[in-house]
Design a protein around this ligand. Structure first.
Ligand code: CMC
Length: 423
């Protein structure tokens, strides 16, 4: 057994802890008995050095800029597979054969219809409410419409729930958008593939033909796929924390949606476009870069930096290529892309960003692609939600299967008042 010794220099006491190997990446030190042995806890602000669970789903090598779903590199999946095949892979651990794909994909189409009653919910929200606020409420409400499915007993019921929530998320997201635009809520079109159907639900009117090109479907499908899972990120950790209490999966997913909304996480895709709009022109880029480098200015360059990737985000690399292809096929070329290109050029050559390993992340490119597809920026984070739903649920299933899983209950370093008497 490989061990790791921790010595307390104050007392001279030391203790040995088991080192657990990982299939890929760094091994971990099992410090479960640390407090019992040495009377201390670890202090890990932001949990950057802590493995909170064991997982088989996704692997990231931040130094290499590598991302694997169930062992497959994201670049190969993006080239050869569609989002629904990747959902199956993430959920089941292996890519589907043609029969498995057919029945999985069909079930997702069937389940895309939400209960008719859920539509009433949307009319209660103001038109200008943020889609993330409405979406999280709608998913929470979904649990009331499926209360008979909340007490999940086995894997089969869990998979059924997974397909249900993956299938309904685009419909609910489209409803939030349509409500905010004052458009009538429409039904999903069962003849369309998942991603095409979502674009249809954003664009369609009760009469008239809705044009959706294959290039557009493929572009959005790639975006969904690149967002499908990302190991123990903030929203997934939130989902697992809620799941660890025994709360039902809808409650856990809603918590994930709300965690994702933050600007440092999924909300960054909306903020990137807002920031490019604020920069306004290529001539202003230098001024904003200067602000981003000023330690006394809270301004940060949105779409740059990552807790784990200290090299190019591999998802960003795929999206950069996709954006360049779209320039040729659907002719996207906006002022915002010009500004984005200039920001990237300066930042990648600036000592401040180079020294801190700050590279463009997925959100830096996804916004400009979504904009080119005619999608409004307030829908960018809900699109991240659609893609990430499969990851959240798979983590819940993995957690449920783990006989050693415990309620999340971290400790703290208390720095408040000592005990005192009430005067
Ligand atoms: N612009 C300017 N400076 C930055 C940025 C940025 N975007 N990101 C980090 N830094 C600086 C930071 O000020 C610090 O400098 P110093 O060492 O002088 O104090 C250093 O880089 C390290 O930053 P950190 O905040 O300790 O890094 P972190 O790992 O805690 O934060 C992050 C990661 C993604 C929250 C952060 O880079 C950030 O806020 N980026 C902008 C928001 C963004 O694009 N988020 C999307 C992340 S990818 C999608 C997802 O997975 O959710």
């Amino acid at each position: 057994m490989a061990t790791f010794t921790i010595k307390d220099n104050r007392t001279g006491r030391s203790a040995e802890f088991e080192v657990l190997d990982s299939t890929l990446g760094s091994p971990v030190v099992d410090i479960t008995g640390l407090h019992k042995e040495l009377g201390v806890y670890t202090y890990d602000n932001g949990l950057g050095m802590t493995a909170t669970c064991q997982s088989e789903i996704t692997f990231i090598d931040g130094a290499k800029g590598e991302l694997l779903y169930r062992g497959y590199p994201i670049e190969e999946l993006a080239e050869k597979k569609n989002y629904i095949e990747v959902c199956y892979l993430i959920l089941h651990g292996e890519l589907p054969n043609s029969d498995q794909y057919e029945s999985f994909e069909k079930d997702i189409r069937i389940k895309s219809y939400p209960h008719e009653g859920i539509k009433n919910l949307f009319s209660a929200f103001p038109d200008n409410g943020h889609p993330m606020a409405i979406l999280s409420s709608a998913v929470s409400a979904l649990s009331a419409f499926h209360h008979q499915h909340l007490n999940i007993k086995d894997d089969e019921e869990f998979m059924e729930m997974a397909r249900r929530i993956i299938a309904k998320m685009p419909t609910l997201a489209a409803y939030t958008y349509r409500h905010s635009m004052g458009y009538p809520l429409i039904y999903p079109d069962m003849d369309r593939y998942f991603t095409e159907n979502f674009l249809y639900m954003l664009r369609a009117f009760p009469t008239g033909k809705t044009e959706i090109s294959e290039v557009e479907t493929r572009a959005l499908d790639t975006i969904f796929m690149l967002h499908a899972d990302h190991e123990q990120n903030a929203s997934t950790t939130t989902v697992r924390a809620v799941g660890s209490t025994g709360a039902h999966p809808y409650a856990a997913v809603v918590a994930g949606i709300n965690a994702l909304w933050g600007r440092a996480h999924g909300g960054a895709n909306e903020s990137v476009i807002a920031q490019l709009e604020m920069i306004g022109s290529v001539e202003n880029v230098d001024r904003f870069i200067k602000r981003a480098k000023d330690p006394n200015d809270p301004f940060r360059l949105m779409g740059f930096g990552h807790r784990v990737y200290k090299n190019f985000d591999p998802r960003a690399r795929v999206l950069k290529r996709l954006r360049d292809e779209l320039r040729d096929t659907i002719g996207i070329n906006s002022k915002l892309i010009e500004i984005a290109d200039r920001v990237e050029e300066i930042a990648l050559n600036d000592e401040y960003f180079v020294k801190r390993n700050l590279y463009p992340n997925i959100d830096f490119y996804s916004g400009t692609i979504l904009e080119a597809l005619g999608i409004r920026k307030k829908m960018f984070t809900p699109i991240f939600v659609i893609g990430r739903t499969v990851g959240w649920i798979t983590h819940l299933i993995e957690q449920k299967r783990d006989p050693k899983q415990k309620i999340y209950r971290p400790r703290q370093r208390y720095i408040g008042k000592k005990r005192r008497s009430v005067p």
